[in-house]
Design a protein around this ligand. Structure first.
Ligand SMILES: Nc1ncnc2c1ncn2[C@@H]1O[C@H](COP(=O)(O)OP(=O)(O)OP(=O)(O)O)[C@@H](O)[C@H]1O
Ligand SMILES: [Mg+2]
Length: 474
């Protein structure tokens, strides 16, 4: 049996302590000895003992002083204090400083053995708990982020590698691929996780308000600025700022963002004072930023600065084998949310789901599953897929094509119903989708300009883009 013995460092100016313990316990422990505090502290580094027996009263540094120094180490061995007569007044100090146990001189060797074993056992359990907690945290950081396919395993790997760094991450991918979930996961797995995760959707906030929202404003900076207001960057201090739809950030603001990235400081609207912040930035977009650069609507210097790491999320079509996992996850989620007891899908339906091309990716799948669970009827899947794919479920089977509907006159939205109301609704939807697609193409996906031309509000255009699953990916 060649089990390595636990190493115990004895720091005591009385050599007898070492002799007695070595004599009685050398079969179980390996003892190394130091005659004073300074030598003892050195030996902590050179010998890496698991436990220290530390005399309280020594010439030179006292045991209490040694313990204080040990506490400055990132990790220190467990400490058992050895006290002589009259040292009791130091006991309280030792407890405060985290000594694990006491032995009184003169001691009984067996008693010391029991104490050493007890302390080592407690320390081992503590380490186990810490490790389990760490594992649990890293699991829960990925919890709700489903996917075991090769493509998703790679994504999770990159998240783990870059989460706890200061690198700016640009998350790209089609709509509904989980960019926001990834941004949250990056924050959750970083040391900033106890601070704020602040999300700003650059496309959803009107451009005039975006600057004030991000950087705050001083009282009187503009009409209506009755008092000074902190911007989101200040709120995100020491935390993470998630700039969603970064491709829609107006050019004027891009230079101010670049300044925050480079100097970690900015000025509030209407202010003169530089405000320093420590913010980690994560961005997401489903727009083609390279194209936006060539069209001079996105700064190339900002692009390079944002793009320290790019995480490209695969479309659902590229995630071989993930659909059944996602099904289980969403069934569980909506059973709980809507107090339903939908059990499982038949192999035929799973096959249909596997063969669909999912232009709206995970979001689209989630919406379908939600409807199935709420209605408790899996047969609606065929209809849902048919209407999502333009009438014919076969069209999409295994095609892997991206739904590129901008400007297309996709006729598929009409199904074979005789209900006049439903038919008209479908025709209107088809026309509306085609017109919005055309205008978006005309304006190079400048949504604000498109909303003006269509004479609808910017917000309702965003809803319609989502509803019709229009996307700009060419
Ligand atoms: N891997 C995943 N596991 C579980 N749920 C997911 C996953 N990916 C996405 N989802 C779910 O799909 C929906 C869309 O995800 P998310 O909002 O993160 O997508 P997105 O890429 O930001 O889309 P968009 O570009 O339209 O903003 C969310 O409800 C999210 O919870
Ligand atoms: Mg998003």
């Amino acid at each position: 049996m060649s089990k390595t013995k636990t190493k115990v460092l004895i720091i005591d100016d009385d050599p007898k302590v070492g002799w007695i313990l070595s004599e009685g316990l050398s079969k179980k422990f390996e003892f190394v000895t130091a005659r004073d505090g300074i030598e003892g502290l050195q030996m902590v580094t050179t010998e890496s003992p698991e436990l220290i027996l530390l005399d309280i009263k020594m010439h030179g540094m006292t045991g209490i002083e040694v313990l204080e120094k040990l506490n400055k180490l990132e990790e220190r061995p467990e400490v058992i204090m050895v006290s002589g007569h009259g040292d009791t007044k130091y006991v309280v100090d030792s407890i405060r400083l985290g000594a694990a146990e006491f032995v009184n001189k003169p001691f009984d060797v067996q008693e010391v053995e029991i104490h050493i074993n007890g302390v080592l056992e407690r320390s081992r359990l503590r380490k186990e708990v810490t490790q389990l907690r760490g594992e649990l945290e890293s699991k829960s950081a990925h919890s709700g982020f489903i996917g075991d396919s090769g493509a998703m395993t790679k994504v999770k790997e990159i998240i783990e590698q870059v989460a706890d760094s200061e690198l700016t991450v640009l998350i790209r991918g089609e709509s509904g691929t989980g960019k926001e979930i990834v941004a949250r996961s990056l924050h959750q797995q970083s040391s900033r996780k106890s601070k704020q995760f602040v999300k700003v959707n650059c496309a959803a906030i009107p451009r005039d308000l975006l600057e004030a929202e991000l950087f705050g404003y001083e009282k009187g900076a503009f009409t209506g600025a009755h008092k000074t207001k902190q911007g989101r960057f200040e709120i995100a201090d020491k935390g993470t700022m998630f700039l969603d739809e970064i491709g829609d950030m107006p050019l004027e603001l891009q230079s101010k963002l670049l300044q925050v990235l480079e100097q970690q400081e900015f000025v509030r609207v209407g202010g003169i004072q530089n405000i320093k912040v420590d913010v980690r930035i994560i961005c997401a977009t489903n727009r083609n930023l390279e194209e936006a650069i060539s069209e001079k609507v996105f700064r190339d210097d900002l692009f390079y600065r944002l793009n320290e790491i790019t995480l490209l999320l695969p479309s659902l079509r590229e995630r071989e084998g993930d659909i059944p996992l996602l099904l289980n996850h969403f069934v569980e989620k909506y059973n709980e949310q809507y107090e339903r007891e939908f059990s499982s899908f038949s192999p035929e339906v799973i096959d249909q789901l596997n063969r669909f091309s999912w232009p709206g990716n995970v979001r689209q799948l989630e919406n379908m599953i939600k409807q199935v669970v709420v209605r408790g009827d899996e047969t609606i899947i065929a209809d849902l897929i048919r209407s999502a794919s333009g009438g014919s479920p076969q069209r999409t089977a295994g095609s892997g094509e991206i739904s590129r509907v901008a400007g297309s006159t996709d006729t598929g939205l009409v199904s074979d119903t005789y209900s006049l109301k439903e038919r008209i609704g479908q025709i209107v939807a088809r026309e509306e989708k085609a017109l919005i697609g055309e205008v978006l193409q005309k304006t190079n996906w400048n949504r604000r300009r498109a909303a003006e031309l269509l004479e609808i509000s910017y917000r309702s255009l965003l809803y319609k883009i989502k509803d019709y699953k229009l996307n700009s990916i060419e």
